[in-house]
Design a protein around this ligand. Structure first.
Ligand code: HEM
Length: 473
């Protein structure tokens, strides 16, 4: 049995704890950014108002800041002062990280450190590379084919149960959790999956709650308990899965070996599994809900995507073969365009390990920097008429003509989303089933209010119609 894991204290390969590494660099203060554009010092009340706008009016707030201060500015955030850098060039500098200036671990640490301490995004450089290579085994074509079968079965079953009017966001959340139980963990839908799902949801919610201590009755307390449950669950299951073959991601990770031929330790498996589930869950819920909504608002596109997938169905039958997924190009474009407008990771944080210069601004070591896919995805100089949903922007020719760092819903460089192909596969499979069985019906005048942070979420759950199509079960 594993010793209980204290996520903050346990030591990694070089013998240091995450906290020790974090504290090696001084935390810059607002005075260190006096030379940068930005709103400067604000009263407590003003900070509260800004925080409220950051949570509920994020796009407009960032637009105003950009108009007032330009593409590089210093602000106060929930976790302290931060420098925002907006532009495709900023995305490239930070994500490609060619000079190894930026730490992903230390950027994400204030947000994810307590609950998801050693996931891939919480590792840097050599250690990260080695672990990423091990985990990549779970995303090779053979396991992906097996996940596809599980995804398609689950999606088809759930869509058949959905009523003709529903709130798509919570329905999608439940579906995504259940699909993760089968494809990530290899457990059937039922009470065990429900318990795991609940522990997991508590943990994810806690990772973004403003109260960071596990005080009684707080979300953080529920999150810490959820983590304890999952640590116990995975710890119990790992020995059962060692040396076994199965199609789920967990069993793949348990049996994956590194360059040295070694398996991951129990602790490493637990942290990677927790993190993988977190990384997949809200991002898929958010992006798939947005795709359904935009296709509902754009009946012509909905029909085009349907015709494409029905044509494929005509050739292959009802089971979607893995090697034909590439033919669902319009479905892909529809999904990409939804993520342009509602990127599931609207901000990507890093911490500068060394002083660096960007567009003539000197930014000191220790600074928390944020790039902002949400803003670059709406830059009118890159995306004409940026608020319009138009999947044709992702036709191959148009994509080729654009700076590739102008569209980064999955990040880029060494930390580029490991589940990118999984996400596209789930999106295509979902649309293949949904558009066959249902017509998405969204009133022309309806506009949900999106809360963009931490992950885009329609505040009303996104009520819409999913009308059964004649002749389908
Ligand atoms: C639409 C769905 C998704 C979106 C938009 C998304 C987005 C992202 C982004 C932006 C990053 C990079 C963050 C950074 O650089 O700091 C990332 C990393 C990651 N994602 Fe995803 N993700 C999605 C789905 C998934 C899924 C389904 C999985 C797993 C099956 C997954 C696993 C991961 C992992 C493991 C990382 C860390 C990679 C590393 O640090 O090397 N993601 N994701």
């Amino acid at each position: 049995m594993n010793a209980p894991i204290d996520p903050i204290e346990f030591r990694t390969d070089d013998g240091s704890t995450p906290v020790e590494r974090y504290r090696r660099l001084p935390e810059p203060t607002a005075a260190d950014f006096a030379h940068l554009p930005g709103p400067g010092h604000a009263s407590f009340l003003k900070k509260l108002r800004t925080l409220r706008r950051f949570l509920f009016d994020t796009v407009r707030l960032q637009q105003e800041r950009r108009e007032d201060f330009g593409d590089v500015f210093a602000i106060e955030t929930l976790t302290g002062p931060s420098v925002q850098m907006i532009g495709a060039d900023a995305n490239e500098l930070v994500l490609m990280n060619r000079e190894r200036i930026f730490s992903s671990e230390q950027g994400w640490y204030p947000i994810l450190g307590k609950l998801f301490p050693r996931g891939l995004m919480m590792q840097d450089f050599e250690e990260h590379r080695a672990h990423r290579k091990v985990l990549s085994v779970a995303f090779k074509p053979a396991p992906m084919q097996a996940y596809l079968t599980l995804l398609q079965e689950g999606i088809r079953r759930r869509i058949a149960e959905w009523p003709e009017r529903l709130q798509i966001y919570p329905a999608m959340k439940e579906l995504t959790l259940d699909l993760a139980a089968s494809s990530f963990l290899g457990i059937p839908w039922g009470p065990e999956a429900d318990r795991v799902n609940q522990a997991f949801v508590d943990m994810v919610q806690a990772s973004v709650t403003p109260v960071r201590k596990p005080l009684p009755f707080t979300q953080m307390r529920r999150g810490v308990r959820g983590r304890a449950y999952l640590v116990e669950y995975f710890g119990r299951e790992i020995p059962r899965r060692r040396g076994k073959q199965a199609d789920d991601m967990f069993t793949q990770v348990v049996n994956a070996t590194g360059d040295d031929g070694q398996l991951l330790t129990d602790r490493q498996v637990i942290d990677h599994m927790n993190f993988l589930m977190m990384a997949a869950h809200d991002t898929l819920t958010s992006s798939l809900s947005a795709t359904v909504f935009y296709l509902g608002k754009s009946p012509a596109w909905q029909e085009r995507v349907r015709q494409e997938s029905e044509a494929l169905r005509g050739q292959v039958g009802s089971d979607l073969p893995y090697d034909r997924l590439g033919e669902l190009e319009l479905a892909d474009q529809a999904f990409k365009e939804a993520m342009r407008l509602r990127p599931p990771v609207p901000f990507i944080p890093r911490r500068a390990l060394r002083t660096f210069t960007f567009r003539n601004h000197v930014i000191p070591a220790g600074t928390h920097v944020g790039i902002c896919p949400m803003m670059v995805h709406r830059d009118p100089n890159i995306w004409p008429d940026p608020e319009r949903y138009d999947p044709a922007r992702f036709e191959r020719e148009q994509e080729k003509a654009r700076d590739k760092h102008a569209y980064v819903p999955f990040g880029g460089g060494a930390h580029m989303c490991l589940g990118l192909h999984f996400a596209h596969m789930q999106a295509k499979t979902f649309l293949f089933e949904l558009l066959h069985a249902r017509h998405i019906d969204v009133a022309a005048a309806y506009e949900p209010r999106w809360q963009m942070v931490p992950i885009p979420r329609p505040r009303d759950g996104l009520p819409l119609g999913l009308i059964k199509r004649a002749g389908t079960a």
